[in-house]
Design a protein around this ligand. Sequence first.
Ligand code: NAD
Length: 270
Amino acid sequence: MGNDLLKGKRGIIFGALNEQSIAWKVAERAHEEGATFVLTNAPIAMRMGEINNLAEKTGSKVIPADATSVEDLENLISQAMEVLGGKIDFILHSIGMSVNVRKGNHYTDENYDYTMKGFDVSALSFHKVLQTAKKLDAMNEWGSVLALSYIAAQRVFPDYNDMADNKSYLESIARSFGYHYGVAKKVRVNTISQSPTMTTAGSGVKGFNEFINFSEKMSPLGNADAAACADYCIVMFSDLTRYVTMQNLFHDGGFSNTGVTQEVIEKFGA
Ligand SMILES: NC(=O)c1ccc[n+]([C@@H]2O[C@H](COP(=O)([O-])OP(=O)(O)OC[C@H]3O[C@@H](n4cnc5c(N)ncnc54)[C@H](O)[C@@H]3O)[C@@H](O)[C@H]2O)c1
């Protein structure tokens, strides 16, 4: 049951691949809260066809776009305004991929072509989305743009590999573009730094199962799941957070401010 938090708002949601995807949960919640939106993903990700089920369920149109292609993004954003009947109020960038991680290359043995590809998909695409939206004057005032990040942007998690660097850059874009978009159009730009979550992108990281258990024990509230992340995204898209911009917002059950927990200490007992 929704509370009409997004009633009358129009959005674009990137990155719903399957039911586990964080973007999938956000789309379901945004629909419950009264928003209308366009769903988008890379053309190659459409092959599984699962996104069509989500589109049907939420009454949304699917417009494919490779988030690294400015041409695709121009087409997506202009079409979205046409389909939805006006300017956009919220955008979710829920995109991440590292070729080095996929190929099992160690951080100290990167293939730089792979690094550049992963950087383009995971970080620079956020700038491309923002720049294209701004040039097309596609966002309403007080609109809200979010990308999803991870605490490896601030602290070392060795197996997160080059995605750590991509997330640092992503968070920096939220600050820098957030400044310019705020001044020019009163549009807000933030990143949400989410707990490890069992999704296709998440489980691609080496040792993910052990890692998610460790994180659970290191978080006073436990790991935040994808549904809880979706709730937070809805609040950030709503008018209740109009003065929050240029922030990296931790949504992690307290992990980021915890040095150690009793449960973890006990594991090291003699
Ligand atoms: N799962 C986690 O543990 C976790 C934790 C913190 C942050 N995040 C971030 O959350 C976001 C969503 O990931 P998820 O965990 O829901 O996994 P996911 O695999 O469901 O989503 C990743 C999405 O990126 C899309 N994508 C890849 N290349 C693209 C391209 N060129 N153009 C457009 N889309 C493209 C994929 O098709 C997929 O839908 C990512 O930014 C991820 O880094 C995930």
